[in-house]
Write a protein that binds this ligand. Sequence first.
Ligand code: HEM
Length: 143
Amino acid sequence: MLSKKVALTGLLMTMSVSSFAHANCKASPLHEDMDTLKTEMKSLAFEVKKEDYASADARIDRIIAVLKDAREEKPYLFTEKGLEGAELNQRMADYQSVMDDTITAFVALDKAVADKDASSAKMALGEIGNLRKKGHRAFKADC
Ligand code: HEM
């Protein structure tokens, strides 16, 4: 009976810790940048579809600024794993390299939009989608 109580208390404690971690990971500056990216990407897709290239151009510049900001933030996964020192530096470098590739893909999209080149724009958007998947698979905590 006592052990059941202890187990229940343990379970409740684990739940509250994990919900705390959950709140923590959703409140980070990186998470905020990512939420902004999601909203901006929706508007961008709409503008590209409407062939409103002037608005798309300005939006891509804003997206690139958000990505540059996100590049300097530490993914929550690294905090959760307690990474420090050389290991943290290595994983940050990996993260920043995928961010750099993503920025490069948005620069290519910017050019395609300026040239009103729909087929290059589509290719760049595909590449961005792949980098998003790659970044999330490698660096996003499951929280
Ligand atoms: C256009 C591209 C992208 C979009 C629209 C996007 C969107 C998002 C969204 C909506 C979330 C929150 C998901 C949730 O609620 O759990 C998120 C989280 C995250 N994304 Fe992205 N993402 C993009 C690209 C990337 C790239 C390229 C990387 C890495 C190089 C990345 C790394 C992360 C990480 C690490 C988190 C978790 C937040 C944290 O650790 O604080 N994302 N992203």
